[in-house]
Structures are given as C-alpha cells and as structure tokens.
Design a protein around this ligand. Structure first.
Ligand code: F6P
Length: 319
C-alpha cells in the first residue's frame, strides 16, 4: 500500500483536527502518501481531493472544527453515490481510507468496505454514542463546554432563586447530560435511556424546594424532548420560577481539551497502523485506556449502553 485518504464526516467535533494531523503524520512516517478529502463523502463523490504534506497539518492540533470541512451527504447513502466515491478514490490511486466521524459516517465506511474498499473508522462525535469505545473524540471538550455554561447559569440561578432547565446535545444518547449533570451537581438529569415520569420529577423538585432548596438545575438531553416544553411543564405545575437555556452548537466548537487531543492522536495513529497490516472494516476505540478495534458492522448493530452505576450515583448525590 502506497497511498491512503482521510476524511471527516457528519457533525464536527473538537479534536478532529488532531486526528487528521495524526493520520497524515503517521502515514508519512511510514512512507505512505496521504490525500485529504474535503467535505466528507460529498467531497469524495465530487473528487474534492488534495495531497497532504507534513506542513498541511501544522498549527491545527489545538483548533476546533475540521480543516477538511465536513458535510452530511444523502447521496452517499445510495449505492450509486458509494460507487461514485470509489471511482474517485481509484482515480487518485488511493488504496485505503480513514473515516473520522460518528455512526452515520461509519455506515458509509462500512459500505465502502462491503464494496471491497479498505476503510477504518475513527470515532469522532460529541455524543459519545458509539459502542466499542469508552470515549469518542470531542466528547470531553463538549462536556467541559457544558460544565462551563452550567456553572455560569448556576450563578444567576442562585441569585434569582430560579429553576433552570438546560438542554444539551447528544442526539439519542444521554452521556453528555449525565456526565455534565454529575460534574455539576444537577438536581435532575433527564436522559433518553431512562424513561422517568415527569410527575415524579416535579414531585422531587417540589420536595427539594420545601426542604429549603432555593434553586435547581435540570439537565435535559435533547433525545428526551424539547427543553422549552419541559420548562413550560415545570413552570405550569409548580410555583417555581423557571427559565430554559438550549446550549446548542456552542457544544460542538472550541479548543479541544488535552484529553481529546491525546485521544484523537492515539486513535487516528492506530487506524493507520491497522491499514498498514491489511485490516479493513474496523473501527478503532479506547477501552479501559487501551487501544482496541472492532468490526464496524458489529458496532453498528449495537447501542451503547448506559453506565447504570454512574446514573444511580447521580441520583444518590442529588437528593
Ligand atoms: O451528532 C452531533 C450533533 O451535534 C448532535 O448532538 C445533534 O443532535 C446534531 O449533531 C445536530 O446536527 P446539525 O449540526 O446537523 O444540526
């Protein structure tokens, strides 16, 4: 193998640049040529592809976003789109590909492998929703962004003695809300993995208030539903003055934390190592701080399970 490609796809996440850098440098270290594919699978279909050198990835390790840009591409979900992508890879003489992204991106990577094109997936998403890895690139940074925001909201919640509902991202997963809630001492954490009765939540809020709690923080994962609607229900069913903040896309940006930069560098370098030994259709991950890899098709069949112990702890500590 002489030439590999790298792309980022789906929602960006802080640390993707560190991952791109690691793919490029690791490949060049092993005398491979590397081509960057811009705008994810859309750029692959369009042939938006360029050779990368050591210097192409200088000065990006600390930057959020992705130097290669990203896109969500409907056309790549079709066989025609996938074959067009492979045609471009062949045209540029690219023999294998590293895909950095979330589960949608992994589905594309799996399709390429099914069509005979060797591909390795590197998990990059703030959602931390990919089975086969304890952490995805960007989760730690997003978590710290949420914590920073909640700390600020807590100040004003305290001053005004208000109840705050804060909606965080995560798609169908509750990890961001759960980790942030534990780190921030939220009174209630609502995540899609646990079906909690709204009446129960309201009762608990009232109980806390009667016991002398002057303000409350409720973290709602977007997968549960609209924070605005939940805030309205709380306002209607209690006499607690309630405000809602939807954190939105600030969670996707910003300088990656050290943990994300290190994770990205380790995972991306491992992906190149796997290609060098002829692996394909695998995703790299980290489990118990050890680099691992699993078949992408297996990972896609599973759903990442909730850390029950952690959820229980969050309940016990927020009594
Ligand atoms: O997957 C990352 C993520 O930020 C999710 O948390 C969120 O649901 C989604 O992407 C938002 O997507 P978009 O940026 O396309 O609106």
């Amino acid at each position: 193998m002489k030439r590999i490609g790298v792309l980022t796809s789906g929602g960006d996440s802080p640390g993707m640049n560190a991952a791109i850098r690691a793919v490029v440098r690791k490949a060049i270290y092993h005398n491979l040529e590397v081509y960057g594919i811009y705008y994810g699978y859309q750029g692959l279909i369009n042939g938006d592809i360029e050779k990368m050198e050591i210097g192409s990835v200088g000065d990006i390790i600390h930057r959020g976003g992705t130097k290669l840009y990203t896109a969500r591409c409907e056309e790549f979900k079709t066989k025609e789109g996938q074959l067009k992508g492979i045609e471009q890879l062949n045209k540029f003489g690219i023999e294998a590909l590293v895909v950095i992204g979330g589960d949608g991106s992994f589905r594309g990577a799996e399709k390429l492998t099914e069509h005979g094109f060797p591909t390795i997936g590197v998990p990059g998403t703030i959602d931390n929703d990919i089975p086969g890895t304890d952490f995805t690139i960007g989760f730690d940074t997003a978590l710290n962004t949420v914590i920073d925001a909640v700390d600020k909201i807590r100040d004003t919640a305290t001053s005004h003695e208000r109840t705050y509902v804060i909606e965080v991202m995560g798609r169908d997963a509750g990890d961001l809300a759960l980790w942030a809630g534990l780190a921030d001492g939220a009174e209630t954490i609502m995540i899609p993995e646990v079906n909690e009765d709204m009446e129960e939540i309201i009762k608990r809020l009232k109980r806390g208030h009667d016991r002398g709690k002057k303000h409350s923080i409720i973290l709602v994962a977007e997968g549960v539903g609209s924070g605005v609607e939940i805030g309205q229900q709380i306002q209607d069913k209690t006499d607690l003055e309630t405000r809602v903040t939807v954190l939105g896309h600030i969670q996707r940006g910003g300088t990656p934390t050290a943990a994300d930069r290190v994770l990205a560098s380790r995972l991306a370098a491992k992906a190149v190592e796997l290609l060098l030994v002829g692996e394909k259709g695998q995703m790299v991950g980290i489990e118990n701080n050890k680099l691992v890899y699993h078949p992408i098709n297996q990972a896609l069949k599973k759903k990442k399970s909730l850390d029950q112990e952690m959820y229980q702890l969050s309940k016990e500590l927020s009594i």
